[in-house]
Design a protein around this ligand. Structure first.
Ligand SMILES: [Zn+2]
Length: 125
């Protein structure tokens, strides 16, 4: 295969967001609404994974609110981040997947649409 290797999105970026990981913890605790949202997201992620992982989807690509880039999160990372938000009240860790293959990731909207489609199909049986 002569496919291009996915390039590191921060290879040329002097402001590599990973560099900020070691900073003192100045993050705001989650509000109750944010925590509820994380619980809902976690349930959605479990549904998406059960439907999409057998199709070869490795995880989701999400727009990062911190740096505005798109990051690839595999299923374990998504679940781990959300659990940490829920249990520790801390916003998600800025830790995208390592050298992801973008073709294996889908957007949240795609996953949502796929899940809705499967549920519709099952209801029509
Ligand atoms: Zn980011």
């Amino acid at each position: 295969m002569l496919e291009d290797v996915p390039r590191d999105p921060f290879a040329d970026d002097p402001d590599d967001p990973a560099a900020a990981l070691g900073e003192p913890d100045d993050s705001e605790p989650l509000t109750p609404a944010e925590r509820d949202e994380a619980i809902t997201d976690l349930a959605d992620v479990e549904v998406f994974r059960s439907l999409l992982e057998p199709q070869g989807v490795a995880g989701l690509v999400l727009d990062c609110p911190e740096c505005g880039e798109q990051h690839y999160f595999d299923w374990d990372l998504l679940r781990g981040n959300l659990r940490q938000m829920i249990e520790n009240g801390q916003p998600q860790v800025h830790e995208p997947a390592y050298q992801p293959n973008p073709t294996n990731y889908v957007s949240w909207d795609y996953a949502q649409g796929y899940a809705d489609g499967v549920i519709d199909t099952e209801e029509q049986r």
